[in-house]
Design a protein around this ligand. Structure first.
Ligand SMILES: [Zn+2]
Length: 335
């Protein structure tokens, strides 16, 4: 339920009235499939009868359609839009490369329901760049050279993103896909705390490879270099949600989410200051000025002996404990 400030004409009261919008469970049968959904409706504040609210029918229709597609396992319009973005391609050339009629994708975007067969084909190219590459190569004479080159470049990009030689690179994809604005500087700090917190929670770290004590805190060089081109900007990737979700176990997702919901609510510069205050970074940089570059390896034994101590004091395996630890470190920053 939410409040609408605007007024509408109530046919019973015969005047403009304020109203509220409510939700109620509803059922509808589409093409023999029963859809249960939450229907929005408006109620006049004065006579309490139902009132016509423009736009609400469309909203309900969209909702029913989305649920119907979900139930029939049919691709949705936003998912088709992801394909266009992912492969940097227009609707017509995509139709042609997939061996469909020239206007097929345009019609799907306008709301026409795809057949199961074509929907499955679209799911396939959404999730599998190799399938797209194969189709594009087979049908390259059907589209312009420019369109073909654009799509090939986009496929190369995806393949580069998928290449993960280290655990840090694999976990990084999930962090980047988390919906937060992730810069390279921020990503490095989050990976560092995932390395630590996973060891505490699971008894085995999710990121066994070592990190280096750079000027702005711990860094995983392979990950850093992979996303270097983004500079200080937000990192963006083209891989599908389903693919990225499949890279991590449920346990790994839980730990990553724990770190994102605790350390991850602070910005990269705060996290930099935090790591600068902690023993492992300081010890790895012994003798080096804070403003100087270094590629000294941070010793895993040193890292864990510090965090085991902090874990005993604060219980870093829980969100509350991590928050307490950060509060304590904040006070130390002010000293
Ligand atoms: Zn009324």
């Amino acid at each position: 339920m939410y409040t609408e400030k605007r007024e509408l004409l109530c046919s019973k009261c015969r005047k403009r009235v304020s109203y509220h919008i409510f939700k109620r469970p509803a059922k509808r049968i589409i093409k023999g499939v029963e859809i249960e959904y939450e229907e929005y409706y408006g109620i006049c504040d004065e006579c309490k009868s139902e009132i016509y609210v423009p736009g609400l029918d469309d909203k309900n229709e969209d909702n029913v359609e989305k649920l119907f597609r979900k139930k029939k396992n049919l691709i949705t319009i936003p998912e088709i839009k992801v394909i266009l973005e992912k492969y940097n391609i227009e609707k017509r050339p995509l139709s042609k490369l997939l061996g469909l009629g020239e206007l097929t994708i345009t019609r799907y975007i306008d709301g026409q329901l795809p057949s199961k067969k074509y929907s499955d084909l679209l799911f396939e190219v959404l999730n599998d760049e190799h399938k797209m590459k194969k189709l594009a190569e087979e049908n390259r004479n059907l589209v312009s050279a420019v369109a073909f080159e654009k799509i090939m470049r986009a496929i190369d990009e995806c393949e580069k993103e998928k290449k993960t030689d280290t655990s840090a690179e694999r976990i990084a994809l999930y962090v980047i896909n988390s919906g937060k604005e992730i810069t390279n500087l921020f990503l490095q700090k989050i990976l560092y705390y995932i390395k630590v917190i996973s060891e505490l929670c699971l008894g085995k770290t999710m990121i066994p490879e070592p990190c280096e004590a750079w000027k702005y805190g711990p860094v995983f060089p392979k990950v850093y270099n992979k996303y270097k081109e983004f500079g200080k900007q937000e990192i963006t990737i083209n891989l599908s949600n389903d693919y990225i979700e499949s890279l991590l176990s449920e346990e790994e997702k839980e730990i990553t989410d724990l770190v994102l919901h605790t350390f991850g609510i602070y910005n990269a510069w705060f996290l930099k200051d935090l790591t600068h205050l902690e023993d492992p970074w300081r010890i790895a940089r012994k003798g080096i000025d804070d403003n100087d570059a270094s590629r000294n390896i941070m010793d895993d034994v040193v890292i864990m002996s510090y965090f085991l101590k902090m874990d005993q004091k604060y219980n870093l395996k829980s969100p509350e404990g991590i928050e307490k630890y950060i509060c304590y470190m904040k006070k130390r920053m002010m000293e």
